[in-house]
Each structure stands twice: as structure tokens, then as C-alpha cells.
Design a protein around this ligand. Sequence first.
Ligand code: ADQ
Length: 480
Amino acid sequence: MARLIVVSNRVATPTETKGSAGGLAVGVFGALKDAGGVWFGWSGDVVSETVANAGPTLVQEGAVTFATVGLTKKDYDQYYRGFSNATLWPVFHYRNDLARYERDEYAGYRRVNAWLAHKLMKLIEPDDIIWVHDYHLIPFAEALRSEGLRNRIGFFLHIPFPSPQVLQTIPPHDELVKSLCCYDLLGFQTRNDQQAFHDYMAREARGVVRELGEKTGEKTGEKGRQGEHEGEIEAYGRKLRTGVYRIGVFPDEIAEQAARYESRQHVLDLKQSLEGRKLIMSVDRLDYSKGLVERFHAFEQLLEHSPEWRGKVTLVQIAPPTRSDVASYKVIREELEREAGRINGRYSGLDYTPIRYLSQQYDRWKLMSLFRESQIGYVTPLHDGMNLVAKEYVAAQNPDDPGVLVLSIFAGAAAELSGALLVNPHDATGMSEALERALAMPLAERRERHETNMAALRRNDLGVWRDRFLRDLASVPQPR
Ligand code: ADQ
């Protein structure tokens, strides 16, 4: 079996791969352990030029090498904080209004990609398969190819791919797309994302796009078949494949974890403090794409238009700040704090606070047990590649008395979770009606919806996502 090399902006630590962090780290590490190989990327540290150049630092864990490098302040500013998170992230989430474009940041983005690729070259063996993750690393394959590498290289985009007109707001959009064509397989979260890429290729890049149709085990319930909706592209003198690979979770592990921790002190404390009120749970990174302010407004409408719910329902929003050195993230934080304060000022009582807004990170097992305790999972991003919180919420429920997922139609997960109440996050009234419906939903309907959602999660778990992608990548012809 060929070795696997995983490349991502951040590399999980060996401890995180043992289950304390998100399931993704555990899932990817599983594939690395089976095949043996390397996990390569940024360590998360900002260091001097001398230290950066001395890398990578290697840590061995069985057959897997964790290889990390530090970034200089300039590289961090231009590659990570700048072009990745102040240009690509907002535009790919349809927030051109929040995006900026600086030529030197783009140059830094390409420079860091080339530098990282050069560092990795020394660790690659001829038959290795290389799997690159996410928007920070679009030019990575191009950089490896220009060093003469002929291995199979695949790319998975965790976030949405925007429609051509939106992508074109990034001045070097054509270079970015040309870079993507240096991969052998491009994986997208949803059919819409793949279609947006195909549209760009056909209309703007004058490529040949062949839709090879749906090749999936989804309908038969069979696991481990090829990616859905395979496509083939010929452009810029290269041939590559595309596919839809919807990322999942390991639902039964989450269910077991949530049940195991449900009688722990933090859950008992929460229960006691709710004094019999219903609980709506929301958990996100603090990001403008997650629709937090819109969500608060819809909850406010519920209290405004349905006075019988005042004092009877609490929204707990857990949202630790991320990327707090990017300006638009400071703005969203201030707005959210202001809105939570205003709504609480309006509807609080001496013993009742409608919104509890907690800006901290929680252990994964704590989150899962809090999900299990709540009557509603309120997951309403404005745009989201997939949204694993939605899937974790479903998996954490008690099947005998499950909560209801209220989910945005703009989360990738909406295509799979047909048992959720789907909402448009731009429609505050529609969202407040969905909350009301979920709060009053009879047990039989909740159970039926939960079973539908769990079946979808089991059919397409994290292992299926990973194995399908790697199988398809291994089957593309070796580039010449
Ligand atoms: P994210 O934008 O980070 O991921 P999401 O898919 O919801 O969004 O994953 C977040 C993960 O972090 C979940 O596992 C969640 O449990 C955890 N998490 C969130 N808030 C937390 C908190 N307060 N404390 C502890 N853990 C917390 C990107 C894309 C998504 C895509 C994923 C995976 O933006 O669309 O689904 O990658 O591909």
C-alpha cells in the first residue's frame, strides 16, 4: 500500500489525534496510521526566520511522522491573516463586502505555499499519495509540480466554492483556478460547490467539463463507493477529476460519549439553573459566516411574538473567538455582545436570562453532553461548507427523547439531514416559527426525524468520506 502524506494548514498534535479534539483529526489520523506516512503543516507558532528555516520538526508516533514548521511574522500576516483569512475566507463565504485584496498578501500566500512545498519535498517518496486540505493551500500542488514531483496529489476544500461571478471579485481568480488544476482530484463538500467550480471551468477557463454522473452507494446504503457526481476536467494542458465527498462524523462514538457524560456535574448544574425551562443550544467558532446575529434576532422574535415562551426557554450560545486579529472578527464580536445585552435587557427577569452567551472553548465531551440535554440544536450559518456541529448535535441525542435540529439551508449538512427543520437564516420570522414548532413537537415526530437523520449520518460517516476520497485518488492515472 502507498504511504499517505496529509498536508493541512494546521497539524493536529499527537494528543489531539487520540480523541480530545474534533473528530476530523481522529479520522485523518486513522488513515495515516493504516497506510503509514507524514502529516505536514504549520505548527501554529510564529517564529524567527532562523527557526522557521531550520524546520520541519519531526515527531514520530508509530508509523506516522508529524512534521511541522513555524511561520515568520511576515508570513503569518500575509499568508494566514491576510490572503487566506481576509480575502479567500470571506469571498468563498459570499461576503465580498468583508473581503480585501492586497497584492503583497497574495504574493506572500504564494511564497509561503512554495516554501512549504519545498520543505515537504525532502520527506516524499516516489509512490506516496498526497492529500492537501483547504483554502490556505490552493497553490500547493503547483509548487510541488514545479519542483518536479509526479506523485498523485488530491485536494479537499472544506469550505464552499463560490459561483464564478463571486470568485471573480478576487483579482487573481484565474491564477487560483489554474493552480487548482495542478491537482489530480478535487473534492468538494456538496454538489453546489462542485457545480460552481465546473461552471467557472466551462465558462471562464474554456476548459472541457465532463459530468460523469452519480456514482454512489448512497442509494443502496452501501458504504465505501466512489465519490458522488464524478466530473472530469481538461484545462491548462492537464486532466483532473472532481467529486463530492460530504464530510461526516462517527455518530455512534458521539452517541456513546454524550450518554456517558450526561450525569456529570456540568450537566447537572446546567439543568438546575434552567429550573425546568427548555434549552436551545448553539455552538460555533465566532465567525460572521455562522449567522449568530441573525439567530439572536429570530430568538428575539420568538419572545416578542409568542409571549407564552417568555421565561420558559433559554438560548445558550457557545462561541469562542477565532482569528481575533482580523478586523472583521472584532466587529462581529462587538455586535454580538451588544445584541445579546440588548435582548437580555428587554426580556430578562430577576431569575431569567433569555440568552447566555459564553465565549469560551469547551471540551468535546462536555459539548456533546450539553447537546443531549437540550430540546433544540440551533445551527443557522449564512454559508457553511458542511457544519459538523449539526451532525454532532444529531448524534448526541437520546434516541428515546431526542431534541430537534433547526438547520440553515445554507449549511452543506442540509442536503443530508432531511429530518431537520430547515430554515432560511435571512428570514427571522421563519426561523422563530421553526423554533416554536420544534419546542412544541410531539415525541413521535421527534423520534422519526431523529431516526432519519441518524440513518444519514451512519450511511456517510467520517470513515466513508476519507476512504472514498483516498480510493478515488489512488485510482487516478499517475501524472506523467
Ligand atoms: P468550521 O468552520 O470550524 O469547519 P464546523 O464544521 O462546525 O465548522 O466544525 C467545528 C468543530 O469545532 C466541531 O467539531 C465543533 O464541535 C468544534 N467546536 C466548535 N465550537 C467549539 C467550542 N466552543 N468548543 C469546542 N469545540 C468547538 C470547517 C468548515 C465547515 C466544515 C468543517 C469540516 O467551515 O463547513 O464542516 O471545516 O470540513
